[in-house]
Write a protein that binds this ligand. Structure first.
Ligand code: KG4
Ligand code: ZN
Length: 340
């Protein structure tokens, strides 16, 4: 007898992207994301506006995900949703919607940790992408998080290092703000870094013990550097923008790679996966590839569409939990600081 296909709807609303995805077993049938442009003019995510936009987007986004997948809601086996971590007002929209839909359809509800989603996105079936073997190290790098996680099995994960202040994406975005770039500045810095000299300017790396990270000192160092330079030459930023971007990116990547080197040394694990918005960065992707030659690593870099927040990563976790029979009760509540 042929095995039954399992259809899972994943819903993600933890920050400023409203997303829905349908997967059939481990394969994606649809992956819809509505970005919220409204935050650009404020230079950062405004929580109140984010929850309002989720409220407007969620029904059309879910409807589009079902339509693109070419299935009806009655064919779904479970609804998976992001329970946390994230912005409370944003999480509440996805959580309430998922609960109501699962209740109405009388199918299981699966709660998903957003950070586990970034990591387990590597288990989506995609041609040309290998799945990491257990145990592996996952480095999640985004605007909201910076962690190194030891992954012993799908749901056996231990955070072995994390930022004590800013996330790495914030380091990109705040540096960009100092340089007068738009929000989020990560992609623009990446683009300009390709045209500049990474060793033009030197920024000292923070000293943080063990596997933890710190990025707030770097931001301050960049601010003082720019203030001093523009005092001497008001056109300093325009005349050196590509070199400044390349030097900032080079410093940030150096910090990440140093910690990965230490993590592989401490754990003896050399399979390394990355996830989160900053894993789209071309410099970190290259540095990981170089690590294969230099340090004997095997690295796993996600497809671009799974780097930033998306619902396919929530759906795949939903599928894995569904197979385990690990369901949520209807009284489950969103949790802004949910831990791995
Ligand atoms: O995962 P994500 O979409 O949202 C969360 O923060 O959870 O990550 C967004 C972050 C932003 O800080 C953005 O500047 C950064 O990812 N980012 C990049 C690049 N693309 C996005 N940073 C550096 N280089 C990039 N190419
Ligand atoms: Zn994220």
């Amino acid at each position: 007898m042929a095995e039954q296909n399992i259809y899972i709807l994943g819903i993600e609303s933890s920050c400023d992207d409203t997303a829905a995805s349908v997967i059939e077993n481990g394969r994606i049938l649809s992956n819809i994301v509505a970005n919220q442009k409204i935050h650009e003019e404020y230079g950062g995510v405004v929580p109140e506006l984010a929850s309002r936009a989720h409220q407007q987007n969620i029904v059309p986004v879910v409807a589009q995900a079902l339509k693109k997948a070419n299935i009806t809601k009655d064919q779904l086996h479970a609804i998976a949703f992001t329970r946390g971590p994230g912005l409370m007002g944003s999480l509440l929209v996805g959580t309430s919607f998922a609960k109501s839909l699962a209740y109405g359809l009388d199918i299981p509800l699966v709660d998903v940790n957003h950070m586990q989603g970034h990591i387990l996105a590597h288990f989506i079936d995609e041609e040309g992408f290998n799945k990491p073997p257990f145990p592996f190290l996952a480095m999640t790098i985004s605007g909201g998080h910076t962690q190194i996680v030891q992954v012993d099995n799908y749901f056996d994960m231990t955070v072995i290092g994390e930022t004590i202040d800013d996330a790495v994406g914030e380091a990109f975005d705040k540096s960009g703000k100092i340089l007068g770039l738009g929000y989020p500045a990560g992609p623009e810095i990446d683009k300009r870094a390709k045209l500049g000299n990474p060793k033009a300017f030197k920024f000292t790396k923070p000293r943080v013990d063990g596997l933890n990270f710190s990025f707030s000192g770097l931001k301050t160092a960049i601010l003082y550097f720019i203030q001093n330079q523009t005092k001497a030459n008001p056109n300093f930023i325009e005349e050196n923008l590509n070199d400044i971007c390349a030097s900032i990116q080079y410093t940030i990547i150096g910090i990440l790679i140093d910690k990965l080197k230490l993590a592989t040394k401490q754990t003896g694990i050399t399979h390394i996966a990355i996830g989160g918005g900053v894993s789209a960065n071309s410099g970190i992707r290259q540095a990981l590839k170089d690590g294969e030659q230099k340090f004997g690593w095997t690295t796993y870099v996600p497809k671009f569409e799974f780097t930033t927040d998306n619902a396919a990563m929530i759906a795949i976790v939903g599928y894995l939990k569904y197979l385990d029979g690990d369901f949520a009760e209807q009284n489950v509540a969103a949790s802004a600081r949910l831990k791995i």
